[in-house]
Design a binder for this molecule. Structure first.
Ligand code: MTE
Length: 301
């Protein structure tokens, strides 16, 4: 990867609230001068990156291990024990093993990344994650020649995860990336948000965040990472291959069989808020489009 991704927004953009208000006024001012329709894509994208509140991010979740309702994870996830925590890293790596979270985090610099987050269900948020690049971890364990994919698994613990007592999905929750997607500097192992440890309902103690893909690719509470030469089976693709592909890149031109993906509802926008247009690769086209050169993106959905 030629470049390391640079965060264009800093902590100062997250707090205090006055900063948001000023920026919004600034953007409104720019719009007034240029005419709203003439605002460049860059300016529009910046304007959209006003993080959702802590409340919104931690009370409206998808985490089927704790139930299928949006408020089930916040209600039930306190039951999950996240310390001690271990991750098994195996398959085509030089240093396979079961590592404690402390070993995984040892020497890692945790940085903040303010990313758009777009669920396949057509709602979205902007989330200030804390974490480190997955590429750093993979480099440390040593990816062997011939590895082409990375598979991830969430823990199975029905005693603490009431959703796992029903076969609503085939447990464990599984996800996967192509190796070059996993090594991309945007791909994050997230350990917190808003500078706080990751709340259980958001995937404590450590989860994946792949901001240009639909949210279900961003697997929570990871206990296994496997390097492999074959495309791994993934939960939603196994559940319904016609509706959920392995790639699942955000693409406003490829509709879900049951609804449009052209626009999205920003959580917290209020009852009468207008839907906002969904951006190609969720606004990260410049950074990631080259990964898919030569692929028909309507076929590899
Ligand atoms: N990871 C696990 N283990 N189980 C899940 O049900 N849901 C996915 C993803 N990761 C899910 C998961 C879906 S559909 C979405 S949209 C995001 O988590 C939601 O992340 P959030 O609750 O932090 O917004």
């Amino acid at each position: 990867m030629a470049h390391r991704w640079k965060n264009t927004l800093s902590r100062a953009d997250v707090t205090p609230k006055a900063v948001f208000l000023n920026r919004r006024q600034l953007m409104a001012g720019t719009g007034a001068i240029l005419g709203a329709g003439m605002l460049g894509g860059q300016a529009r994208a910046q304007e959209a990156l006003e993080p959702n509140s802590w409340e919104e991010i931690t009370s409206y979740n998808n985490f089927y291990e704790f139930g299928t309702g949006k408020t089930d994870p916040a209600a039930n996830a306190h039951m999950l024990t996240t310390d001690p925590w271990e991750i098994t890293i195996d398959g085509m790596v030089d240093n396979p093993g079961t590592y404690s979270l402390a070993e995984i985090l040892d020497g890692q610099t945790i940085e903040e990344r303010i990313y758009r987050f777009r669920c396949v269900e057509a709602w979205s948020m902007v989330i200030p994650w804390n974490g480190f690049e997955l590429a750093d971890l993979l480099t440390r364990v040593g990816v062997q020649e011939g590895a082409r994919y990375v598979a991830f698994e969430t823990l199975v613990r029905p005693e603490e995860m009431p959703g796992q007592r029903s076969p609503i999905l085939e447990w464990p929750y599984r996800e996967g990336l192509r190796l070059d997607e996993a090594m991309h500097p945007l791909t994050l192992m997230a350990t917190g948000l808003y500078g706080e440890p990751m709340p259980n309902q958001n995937g404590a103690p450590i989860r994946l965040v792949v901001p240009w893909k639909y949210g279900f690719k961003s697997i929570k509470s990871i206990v296994r990472i496997t390097l492999t030469d074959e495309e791994p089976p993934t939960t939603w693709n196994m559940q319904n291959p016609r509706e959920y592909g392995f790639y699942s890149n955000v693409n406003p031109q490829v509709d879900h069989p049951r609804w449009s993906q052209a626009s999205e509802r920003r959580v917290g926008g209020g009852l009468f808020a207008r839907r906002i247009p969904t951006l190609m690769f969720n606004g990260y086209e410049e950074e990631v489009a080259s990964l898919y050169e030569g692929m028909d993106l309507s076929e590899y959905y």
